[in-house]
Design a protein around this ligand. Structure first.
Ligand SMILES: *Cc1c(COP(=O)(O)O)cnc(C)c1O
Length: 483
């Protein structure tokens, strides 16, 4: 009897057709619209279908993808996509990922992916190097910054209360407290909640005028908490807040944490890439003193989603938190990733990084990130020089937060509405895509220059388009003087 399998006869034709779709997509990435103008209901009609009991074959599905999926994709790689901090993937990163998917390695142990295991070790050592960690350090690649911080904080908890992975917090005699700035990322709250500490036990320390955590207030809060019988165990400092791109005074915070025996984790999910530039290194001075760092290769390192990188300064703590092996930690033991993280079956997230970094070289990436920093400064200058626009925070990395002020008599409420309208109109035009953020309680337009394709021409185009839209959407405010 003929046995069955899912193999297909014309795999060569199918693969080529699929690759052609990707090729066309990347070639057309700079074309408008950046955001497809489509309603969810329309997409249900186009895409949703009954569960397919009988197949139509690979080639037909690829044709359907070309016709009905590609037009409704958000062009994240478009040079005028300057929103949030999901960045344009580099073509080499995409090619690396395509190869990776084809090879389908599962590096939870050496045998399930010998090359993939060594590639991951290699990539982790590159990131460790970038951030100034030595070979006592270790880490693992995870889905992103959120899981990275969760992983790091679980390690911090186990290092602080050995055995807590087994006992939970049931035996702790003092409530654990975590410190972070008032503008830090929501994923920190989630991590602290998931770890059973409870997000009520996060102290949100106020920031200074540069959106950096106020160290004196941190020190006071820790002192007060100790007096009240709490157990201050971890500080999470930001290397790039998602809205403002602000970098905390890591050096100062690290010295304080060291002296107080408090674990310091750095959330460098967004701005980690800046470590490849002189300006970034200066901003993140002292980062190598931190106990752990999470950074997102799928953000400012131009790697396609998903991949986050968590680094632990002392690998032993990571092993002690996640080991499935009975064996005590031995630095000389070869790394089996099942002892280093939450997942067992896992994709090789290292492959696409290894591929892209080798294809371009770190120097090239560093030049691109430097260019991004220049573009954000240039855009900041344009805003600063114009009397219709104002900056809402100093530009430290690649995010510029600003707003349109048609006349000096507008209330903050009117201004908030104006900014929302501008962002909405720009999105509808399909010409560029920027996001909206709240900075100091004010609605800001936020342009994030972390896209490897954005040029100075694109920057001028975006500024001019914004100015046109701003004038038309708020002309009643200009003419009626805010009435
Ligand atoms: C994006 C981001 C995160 C979350 O990372 P994900 O990869 O989206 O899970 C955490 N912190 C900051 C500052 C971020 O910008």
């Amino acid at each position: 009897m003929q046995s069955k399998s899912l193999d297909i006869e014309n795999i060569d034709i199918c693969l080529n057709k699929a690759i052609n779709v990707v090729e066309e997509y990347i070639k057309n990435i700079s074309n408008e619209p950046v955001i497809p103008n489509i309603k969810r209901e329309e997409l249900y009609d186009i895409i949703s279908s009954q569960m397919p009991l009988d197949g139509i074959g690979v080639e037909n599905v690829i044709d359907d993808v070309k016709k009905n999926i590609v037009p409704y994709c958000t062009k994240i790689g478009n040079p005028k996509f300057l929103s949030w901090i999901i960045t344009s993937p580099s073509p080499a990163g995409t090619i690396g990922e395509i190869l990776n998917i084809g090879l389908n390695q599962v590096p939870f142990c050496f045998k399930s992916g010998p090359a993939a295991t060594v590639i991951e070790e290699t990539v982790i050592s590159w990131f460790a190097d970038m951030f100034g960690y030595n070979d006592k350090s270790g880490g693992i690649l995870v889905s992103g910054g959120s899981t990275g911080t969760l992983t790091a904080l679980s390690v911090a908890r186990e290092a602080h209360l050995p055995g807590s992975m087994k006992k939970g917090l049931q035996g702790a005699n003092k409530p654990l407290v975590v410190y972070t700035s008032s503008v830090s990322h929501k994923s920190i709250d989630t991590a602290v909640s998931v770890l059973g500490i409870g997000s009520n036990f996060i102290r949100k320390i106020p920031v200074d005028s540069n959106f950096k955590m106020d160290i004196n207030k941190l020190k006071k809060q820790v002192e007060e908490d100790r007096k009240l019988g709490y157990d201050p165990f971890c500080v999470v400092a930001q290397a790039g807040t998602s809205n403002e791109g602000a970098v905390d005074n890591i050096d100062g915070i690290a010295d304080f944490c060291n002296e107080q025996n408090i674990w310091l984790h750095i959330d460098a999910a967004y701005a980690g890439g800046a470590i490849l530039t002189e300006r970034g290194k200066k901003l993140m001075k002292g980062i190598e003193k931190a106990d752990s760092i999470s950074t997102d290769p799928h953000k400012w390192f131009f790697i396609p989603v998903e991949v986050g990188c968590v680094l632990i300064k002392d690998r032993e703590h990571l092993y002690n938190t996640y080991r499935v092996s009975d064996k005590e930690y031995d630095a000389d033991d070869p790394i089996e990733y099942m002892n280093y993280g939450i997942q067992f079956t896992r994709m090789s997230r290292a492959f696409k990084i290894w591929f892209a970094f080798r294809a371009y070289g770190i120097n090239k990436l560093s030049e691109i990130i430097d260019q991004n920093l220049d573009l954000s400064q240039e855009f900041t200058d344009l805003i600063d020089k114009s009397d219709k626009w104002e900056l809402l925070c100093p530009t430290q990395t690649s995010a510029v937060c600003f707003r349109y002020v048609p006349n000096s008599e507008c209330s903050d409420r009117q201004l908030n509405e104006v900014q929302s309208n501008i962002v909405k109109e720009l999105e509808l035009s399909g010409k560029a895509f920027l996001s909206q953020a709240v900075v100091n309680g004010k609605v800001a337009i936020r342009a994030c220059f972390s896209n490897h394709r954005t040029s100075y021409e694109d920057l001028d185009f975006v500024f001019n388009t914004l100015s046109e839209i701003a004038e038309t959407t708020s002309y009643h405010l200009i003419n009626n003087k805010g009435a």
